[in-house]
Design a protein around this ligand. Sequence first.
Ligand SMILES: C[S@@+](CC[C@H](N)C(=O)[O-])C[C@H]1O[C@@H](n2cnc3c(N)ncnc32)[C@H](O)[C@@H]1O
Length: 262
Amino acid sequence: MPGSLTIVGTGITLISHITAEAQAAIARADKTFFLVTHPLGEQWLRQLNPNAESLARFYTPQRERLDVYRDITDHVFGAVQAGHTVCAAFYGHPAVFVMPTQDLVRRAQAAGYPVGVLPGISAEDCLFADLRLDPGALGCQSYEATDFLARPRRFDAATPLILWQVGVIGYFQVVDATLDAAKGLALLEVFLRRWYPMEHEVIIYEAAMLPIGEPIITKVALHRLRNAPVTAFSTLYVPPIVPPPVDAHMLEQLGLSSIDSL
Ligand SMILES: C[S@@+](CC[C@H](N)C(=O)[O-])C[C@H]1O[C@@H](n2cnc3c(N)ncnc32)[C@H](O)[C@@H]1O
């Protein structure tokens, strides 16, 4: 009973985002576990693999999310230890903001099991497409929102800024009705106003989760961020204020007269 682990992403938009290799891994595993955002996703995964098991039951109200992740890791790793060919499918990209993935990989590798992680389309990939943002143009900064506030760094207001989990700032429990998103957003608004003008337009973004859906793109002036409509699936995009200035001396050393062609 050798046991192995393959972790895959199902993408953000149901069915249409999954890669052929992820789909094959889900179908051929003798134990497939999954965490997806829509009930239709469950149906679809059970069609791919009739024995597929949802991990959603670990998300009971009031629990610390960290405890949930630990239970998920123990449960999935238990199946690997029992000798199964295991596939764990997470929505989006499985290695982007998915804590159980990091823990599972560490544990399975340390125990000598074969481990694979297959990429998927993340929320940030969708944002690049829907907001027509090319990170190659001016660069891109991407942070988890609570971490961004709690560990202030020397970020650059002249470079595009993406903040994940803006709907759950400072909130570490399983999301339920007690969540007051406005409190965290107000703190973020105050922090960002040190760097951006109060009328600076920011975007609350939610990629379509169903193939028939449309992305939700809500533009708000920064000073109204605290009252912006957010969910646990919202990502904030803050456009740069001005392009970073060009270093003429460096251009000369590079033998360039301009960088407009980049
Ligand atoms: C736990 S992370 C999961 C990210 C996921 N693994 C990925 O690859 O995109 C949850 C955060 O991802 C972002 N996110 C998830 N679904 C999204 C969507 N449909 N549109 C925009 N952002 C989304 C939000 O910032 C949300 O708070």
